[in-house]
Write a protein that binds this ligand. Structure first.
Ligand SMILES: Cc1cc2nc3c(=O)[nH]c(=O)nc-3n(C[C@H](O)[C@H](O)[C@H](O)COP(=O)(O)OP(=O)(O)OC[C@H]3O[C@@H](n4cnc5c(N)ncnc54)[C@H](O)[C@@H]3O)c2cc1C
Length: 456
């Protein structure tokens, strides 16, 4: 029941021996708490913007321990909220700018990985989202119409017929779907481990096994000493509630994954996913999968319970009901995997803000920067966050620093037990909406809206 159980860990290569902890009190220009994508990309672009800056990263476990080392490997242009939500809150131009920036982020991750010699198994095959009942088909039309109404043709999100969808993935009961080219399948842990080595080689100090207990203006307090810094960046995403004073900023929601043994060439001929397209269907309780570079399925989904008081524990990475449910869903999608062995089961926590709106920002007066609340779409978004924070910190205002998520503030989550009741109630409602849509083919819009209202 740990980080080591994941497919990514067993195929990452390299050593996981932790780097030394903070040796005592130090002073730097920028202190970053958390060595996942958000923290590491911030350090990477800070160093590029100004190599003379003294940057230190403090990591409670080791680089990549969090969601960055465990995720589904969709390096996608998905951004929470969707374009229509951004247009409603911030205007249509802002939504178009955000969409363009996310497209660029997908490309930028692949570009930097190649330039830095990090082999992340990057394959930009796009995403196929299948509609497998009438309600999902109606949703596919709505999503495409909404996206086109706001962003015109820049999204290049296409509505597919049954035959076109099956060209990408021959799953059961396909009625149609959507396709976007703006996604790459990657090996997530290789990316985060490679980035850590890369920033360290450039002179960034990376202290592992160093837990921050408190972030104060101009200082990070840890068990090994205090780091004084002009700017402190919080990059702890789903783990943020463990920091004093930040307990209700986001909730940690567990997403769980399985991986299969490698499949034969004949099986893949039946399935498709020839360009390693990432795939999902359009159910409410999100599922996501990829064909890995070594021809396995890595497949995940939500549905695990939210734990009281936003707790995170290694034991929450496993849930028999959800893991066996994932296997059933995968077999339901692609019956050819019925006899294929599931070799890995794991999970991790991602961060959800109260309004499901990701944000990045810098409060210069308090010397405090932050990034996160990516709602499960953080792989490419954290790259954009890192570039944006580096620009904000080095006072290089540009197009990125004017994007609508910069400085966005989400209200705090409710105190317990309301939070537990709302999130878990909403989760059950979402599952029942999916069951009802499967049975009746009618969209369960009200259940979905209510689930979101009460927290999920
Ligand atoms: C199972 C799963 C599947 C996912 N699939 C996808 C996907 O396919 N595509 C996608 O875009 N997104 C996906 N996500 C979300 C994505 O992985 C995250 O949004 C992203 O990795 C967040 O990066 P981060 O650096 O902000 O946070 P993290 O990677 O979680 O890093 C935070 C780090 O902070 C450290 N930390 C925490 N508290 C402290 C402290 N007090 N002191 C010091 N260090 C601390 C942690 O140990 C951790 O290493 C998935 C998430 C999960 C869990």
């Amino acid at each position: 029941m740990s980080f080591e159980d994941s497919l990514w860990h067993s195929t990452a290569g390299g050593s996981f021996t932790p780097r030394p902890p903070l040796p005592g009190d130090i002073g730097v220009d920028v202190a970053i708490v958390g060595a996942g994508y958000s923290g590491l990309w911030t350090a990477y672009y800070l160093h590029r913007a100004d190599p003379s800056l003294r940057v230190a990263i403090l990591e409670r476990e080791f680089a990549g321990f969090g969601a960055s080392g465990r995720n589904g490997g969709w390096c996608s242009a998905l951004f929470p909220p969707a374009s229509s939500g951004i247009a409603r809150r911030h205007g249509a131009d802002a939504a178009v700018a955000m969409r363009g920036a996310m497209h660029d982020a997908v490309v930028e991750v692949g570009r930097v990985a190649e330039a830095e010699g990090i082999d992340i198994h990057y394959a930009r095959g796009g995403t196929i989202a299948l509609a497998r009942n009438q309600a999902q088909l109606a949703r596919a039309r709505e999503i495409v119409e909404d996206e086109h109404a706001v962003t015109g043709d820049i999204e290049r999100l296409a509505l597919l017929s049954k035959e076109e969808a099956e060209e990408h993935a021959r799953a059961t009961r396909v009625l149609g779907g959507t396709y976007t080219p703006h996604c790459a399948a990657i090996h997530p842990l290789r990316l985060v481990r490679g980035l850590a080595s890369c920033v360290e080689a450039r002179g960034v100090s990376l202290f592992e096994r160093t837990a921050a207990s408190e972030i104060k203006p101009g200082a990070v307090v840890t068990e090994h000493g205090t780091v004084r810094a002009e700017i402190v960046v919080r990059a702890t995403e789903g783990y943020t509630p463990s920091l004093r004073g930040h307990r209700r900023r986001v909730i940690p929601l567990y997403s769980l994954m399985i991986a299969t043994e490698p499949l034969s060439a004949e099986a893949w001929d039946q399935i498709g996913l020839r360009r390693r397209e990432t795939f999902a269907d359009l159910r409410h309780m999100r599922i996501y999968g990829q064909r890995t570079a070594d021809d396995r399925f890595a497949f995940g989904g939500r549905g695990a319970p939210y734990h009281f008081a936003s707790r995170t524990r290694p034991s929450f990475d496993r849930n028999g009901r959800v893991h066996s449910g994932l296997r059933e869903v995968l077999v339901d999608l692609f019956p050819v995997v019925a006899d294929v062995e599931v070799t890995h089961e794991w999970g991790g926590a991602l961060g959800i803000p109260r309004d499901w709106h990701a944000s990045v920002g810098l409060d210069r007066a308090r010397g405090f920067g932050w990034a996160g609340g990516y709602v499960g779409d953080g792989v490419a978004t954290a790259n954009l966050a890192g570039r944006t924070l580096a620009q904000l910190i080095t006072s290089q205002e540009n197009g990125l620093t004017r994007l609508p998520w910069v400085g966005h503030s989400s209200r705090s989550w409710e105190p317990e037990p309301l939070r537990w009741l709302g999130v878990n109630g909403g989760r059950l409602l979402m599952s029942s909406a999916d069951r009802s849509e499967n049975r009746t083919g009618k969209p369960a819009k009200r259940a979905r809206a209510f689930a979101r209202f009460i927290g999920y």
